[in-house]
Design a binder for this molecule. Structure first.
Ligand SMILES: C[S@@+](CC[C@H](N)C(=O)[O-])C[C@H]1O[C@@H](n2cnc3c(N)ncnc32)[C@H](O)[C@@H]1O
Length: 242
């Protein structure tokens, strides 16, 4: 659909190239460029900000803080969490989950030898964590799902995460759509990223979407915090009552 006819009031019915079958090397090049974009635009900042707030004064007993990253892709987000925990001298057990076996293989290969992150290949709804998880996080994952699946994912996280969960995704608006489309071209990013970046923005959310989906998942407005971050991020945070 030409961008000029795109309706930014609705989540567009568009597909992303990275969701289609492709070779591992093609996916690696795509995910590497996506990780560069994440770094340039400080995509992990909202999550690290939330983790700092949650971790302060948090006691999870004697064991490590267990964090599950759903739709981990290249794994750069989890590697940043591992670095965050190292600086805080905090014991963590980190698991990256992805439906695509090539993504988990690529994430493992992109990690330093000293990394203790576990990479698991499974779809989120088929996965049962072997031990209770304290926090479930995701980045650029939810816009890949249809609305009923997002509601199911909210309920899944609410059941699985004993302390809380954090969704880091995009904010749906015309301006970032056009700006990113131009930027990706000038920066000569991988062709999947050039295509999927703007499409992801068009498939993403406005606060009203999250209020509706949270309500459908039996979460009230006081249970969650819906907050925008520059540039073009819209995050949903849930801290369970102690
Ligand atoms: C756009 S990538 C995001 C990667 C990374 N989190 C980031 O922020 O750059 C979305 C990832 O979600 C994965 N994915 C899609 N559906 C999934 C599902 N049902 N369960 C687990 N992973 C899924 C895809 O394979 C893909 O690697």
């Amino acid at each position: 659909m030409p961008a000029s006819r795109m309706d930014f009031k609705r989540r567009a019915q568009l597909t992303e190239l990275m969701d289609e079958p492709c070779g591992r090397e093609e996916l690696r090049a795509c995910l590497r460029d996506l990780a560069r974009v994440n770094r340039w635009f400080m995509a992990c900042r909202p999550l690290l900000h939330w983790l700092n707030a949650v971790a302060n004064g948090l006691s999870v007993g004697d064991g490590p803080l267990r964090i599950l990253d759903v739709g981990c892709g290249y794994g750069d987000g989890l590697r940043q969490i591992e670095e965050w925990a190292r600086k805080r001298r905090m014991a963590v057990e980190l698991t990256g989950l992805d439906l695509n076996p090539d993504a988990t293989a690529i994430a493992a290969q992109a990690s330093p030898a000293a990394s203790r992150i576990q990479w698991v290949n499974a779809g989120v709804f088929e996965y049962t964590p072997p031990r209770p998880v304290h926090l479930v996080v995701s980045s650029l994952f939810t816009h890949h799902l249809a609305e009923p699946e997002i509601v199911r994912f909210l309920q899944w996280m609410e059941r699985r995460a004993t302390v809380g969960w954090f969704i880091n995704d995009l904010s749906r608006a015309a301006l970032p759509y056009f700006l990113f489309r131009a930027f990706a071209k000038v920066a000569r990013l991988h062709r999947f990223v050039q295509h999927d970046g703007p499409v992801s923005i068009a498939r993403a959310f406005v606060p009203e979407d999250w209020r509706r989906m949270c309500a459908a998942a039996d979460l009230s407005e006081v249970d969650v915090q819906i907050k925008g971050y520059t540039p073009a991020r819209l995050c949903v945070a849930r801290r369970k009552p102690l």
